[in-house]
Ligand binder design. Structure first.
Ligand code: AMP
Length: 358
């Protein structure tokens, strides 16, 4: 007997967003006997090459209704889907994660407030809505600090580092005068992340703690395992499980954290979906993050997150994918290309996971 809200193999999973995360989710779902339907405005998107696709706007209710009618459960690979669209879908199909968790994760201020209320630590922060507010917040928090737009920031876009001699008015203008968060600058030892999974049964499990290296604010490499102290590992895993539970989220929650010299961690941001820092799990772990997402949203037993191989994942940005012949010639290197036509500088075109000798 399976629980009532189990979505069995043979069913169709609807995915909002058609990028590489959707593509890798659809591949994992297909391996488990599921079909996927992608909703994404872009015609030839990475996920549309491996699954059925509706090319339509997230705001279009006739498109949303057609999508909801064709699927058994809805998940997402992209967090800037309008919350109203998720609410519309929720009236028609199970949506995992749901609109409330998405609403919180879309907004850095709501997110930090929610986490702090649950006792989860972050950098000190203030909401800023005008230049006078920025000046006051900078005086309270102290400089250096990081000014970020509250919404729609990614890969360092919508961010300005403020030093003691920075011109605050110029920084405010650069970010477009929109609602922002000012965060105290954290002198971290390293950046780590944990991906937690939660099924609709309430079962939770997290992937091992990994260490992330960024270049120009974009993830460059992920090292699994992180190679941090057992104390930091325990703190990071506890925070990830606490965060997914407090958000009451079904699916995956990627939690990016700063590891501090004293063994503690502070949350930088969370994402309610698969994450670039989990790509190594396809080859390195007993269950990949994409298979775990399918298990969580279909209410299947969650898979083992045991590390099978210590791994290093490297993103291939822009024309770095031209190195594909050399990568293919390497033993223990697993190349993933996302099917994107245009290798613009900084664009995530693929990744390679190298399995290391343990
Ligand atoms: P985010 O877009 O919030 O993930 O920030 C991108 C990168 O900027 C992070 O991975 C950090 O390397 C750096 N960063 C962001 N916020 C802070 C902070 N409060 N203190 C120190 N570094 C930060």
């Amino acid at each position: 007997m399976t629980p009532a809200d189990t979505i069995a193999p043979g069913s169709t999973i609807g995915i909002l967003g058609g990028g590489q995360l959707g593509r890798m989710t659809a591949i994992a779902a297909a391996a488990m006997g599921y079909k996927c339907l992608i909703l994404e405005p872009q015609e030839d998107c990475p996920a549309s090459q491996v699954a059925d696709h509706i090319a339509g706007a997230y705001e279009d209710e006739s498109v949303l209704a057609r999508f909801a009618d064709a699927v058994d459960v809805v998940t997402l690979e992209f967090e800037n889907v309008p919350v109203e669209s998720l609410r519309f879908l929720e009236a028609r199909a199970p949506v995992r994660p749901g609109s409330r968790a998405l609403e919180i994760a879309q907004d850095r201020i709501l997110e930090k407030d929610y986490l702090n209320r649950a006792g989860i630590g972050t950098a000190p922060w203030r909401e800023v809505t005008d230049l006078a507010g920025l000046t006051a917040a900078a005086a309270e928090i102290g400089l250096p600090a990081v000014l970020k737009t509250a919404r729609f920031g990614y890969d360092g876009k919508g961010q300005a580092m403020l030093k003691p001699d920075s011109d605050l008015a110029e920084a405010w203008e650069t970010l477009g005068g929109v609602r922002c968060i000012l965060e105290g600058f954290i002198a971290f030892d390293c950046e780590v992340s944990v991906i937690a999974a939660r099924a609709s049964s309430g079962e939770t499990r997290c992937f091992p703690v990994v260490r992330n290296e960024h270049r120009d604010h974009i993830l460059y490499k992920t090292h699994a395992p992180a190679g941090v102290s057992a104390e930091t590992e325990r703190a990071a895993e506890a925070v990830a499980i606490a965060a997914i539970e407090v958000l009451d989220l079904t699916g995956l929650l990627a939690v990016e954290m700063f590891a501090l010299p004293d063994g503690g961690v502070l949350v930088n941001e969370v994402a309610p979906r698969p994450h670039n820092s989990g790509h190594w799990s396809i080859e390195g772990c007993a269950t990949s993050q994409f298979q775990q997402l399918v298990r969580a949203v279909c209410n299947l037993p969650l898979g083992s997150t045991e590390i099978l191989h210590p791994s290093e994942m490297t993103n291939l940005l822009g024309d770095e994918i031209d190195a594909w012949p050399e990568i293919l010639a390497e033993p223990n290197a697993y190349l993933h290309l996302y099917g994107k036509a245009d290798a613009k500088p900084g664009r995530k075109m693929g990744h390679v996971t190298r399995l290391l000798k343990s």
